[in-house]
Design a protein around this ligand. Structure first.
Ligand SMILES: Cc1ncc(COP(=O)(O)O)c(C=O)c1O
Length: 391
């Protein structure tokens, strides 16, 4: 079977395909169909915080698949109940939860819940923000590239400069249902929030009757050195959107709900697959493993190590290294596409965040030896200027 030919023939066209097929993973290592080994600094776009093929997640999925895969949330279930307890224990003050299947669905739900809770329609989001691609979350997303082809979008959304308290003060009015922010902007270039900004957002929302929604679809589950990035900032949001790593790689999203979230009457929102026993069992196993392996601490320590080594790289092409934990952006003075390609030739898979930022989101279980290989490869790749027309 020629995997690449078949995919190229049948693809929707929405993804620019690589020219090698990945068929297996373990920890932070991936293998292609020819048996070549890669270091994964992408985690499947931030999903594999626990590493690929975690044995406890694999065992939980296999066991639950043989027991009960699907069940609508009107019927209580042992795995869902266990997950509800486990997840809400990680987010003091947010003790109810809505389950869905992806990041964009969790943001979509939070937007609807904010309208239901406040009776207001408007959402204030941030420039450079990314919240997903369905119409509600796309309306909160900033980048024109994702928005423009699909206009008209949902009305009532505005965007302020991230980390700008004055702009937030002006934007939040008696019509604002919610302020929706990432604690660390991911797709937008890896920009952590300034503490004063998130704290001001919390205060302004509380004073003006708007809800604060934090989108941690990318920054959640240990990635930044705490279980959730907002926990660095001494605030509690009214809603927390999560997905990606929640179920150890099995598709799942959730919105955690604080006491200000109201009026969620039966049947007003829902999801066929949301809270299914298979994803719940995977998530219980994943969260248990994250705790047992002290995943947030691993991210804090390895992130500090990696950031220090990256900052020591001397290269005229390097503008800035920034991030929190193992959510790291390496901003170049040039477009990153040819640098990512050069890294790939050295068997390292990394991401971009916009045109000029290399984004490193390795599984948090990556080894120090692998981090050293990544640093050496980046040093080498950055030592040469690369043709900007290279794809
Ligand atoms: C912060 C943030 N929110 C929402 C999403 C959308 O998640 P999904 O692709 O699962 O719909 C993403 C995806 O990258 C994200 O980074």
């Amino acid at each position: 079977m020629n995997i690449i030919e078949i995919e190229n023939k049948h693809t929707s066209g929405l993804y620019s395909k690589q020219n090698f097929a990945i068929v297996r993973g373990q920890g932070a290592t991936l293998w292609d169909a020819e048996g070549n080994e890669y270091i994964d600094c992408s985690s499947g776009h931030g999903v594999a915080n626990l590493g690929h093929a975690h044995p406890k997640v694999a065992a939980a999925v296999a066991e639950q698949a043989a027991k009960l895969v699907t069940l609508f949330e009107t019927f209580p279930n042992d795995q869902r109940a266990a997950l509800m307890e486990k997840l809400t224990a990680l987010t003091p003050g947010l003790d109810r939860v809505f389950f869905c299947n992806s990041g964009t669905e969790s943001v979509e739900a939070a937007i609807k819940f904010a309208r239901l809770s406040t009776g207001r329609a408007e959402i204030v989001a941030a420039m450079r923000g990314f919240h997903g691609r369905t119409f509600g979350s796309l309306s909160a997303t900033w980048n024109k590239k994702y928005r423009q082809p699909f206009e008209p979008l949902v009305p009532g959304f505005s965007h302020i400069p991230y980390n700008n308290i004055g702009a937030l003060e002006k934007a939040v009015t008696e019509k604002t249902a919610a302020v929706l922010l990432e604690a660390v902007q991911g797709e937008g270039g890896v920009y952590p929030a300034e503490p004063a900004f998130l704290q001001a957002a919390r205060q302004i929302c509380s004073e003006r009757g708007a809800l604060l929604v934090i989108d941690e679809v990318q920054s959640g589950f240990g990635r930044t050195g705490k279980m959730f990035a907002y926990q660095h900032y001494g605030i509690t949001p009214d809603m927390l959107c999560v997905a990606k790593s929640l179920a150890g790689g099995i598709p799942m999203g959730a919105v955690l709900l604080g006491p200000a979230v109201k009026n969620l009457g039966a049947g007003l929102h829902g999801s066929t697959f949301g809270g299914n026993p298979l994803s719940c069992a995977a998530a219980v196993a994943a969260l248990t493993a994250m705790e047992e392996e002290n995943l947030p601490q691993q991210a804090a320590e390895k992130g500090a190590y990696l950031m220090e080594k990256l900052r020591a790289i001397q290269s005229p092409n390097l503008r800035e290294v920034r991030g929190l934990g193992l959510m790291i952006g390496v901003e170049l003075k040039q477009k990153v596409a040819p640098y990512l390609k050069a890294l790939q030739e050295k068997r390292i898979i990394a991401l971009n965040a916009g045109l000029t930022v290399i984004r490193l989101l390795p599984p948090l279980v990556i080894t120090y030896e692998q981090l050293d290989v990544v640093v050496a490869a980046l040093r080498n790749v950055l030592s040469e200027e690369r043709h900007q027309d290279e794809e």
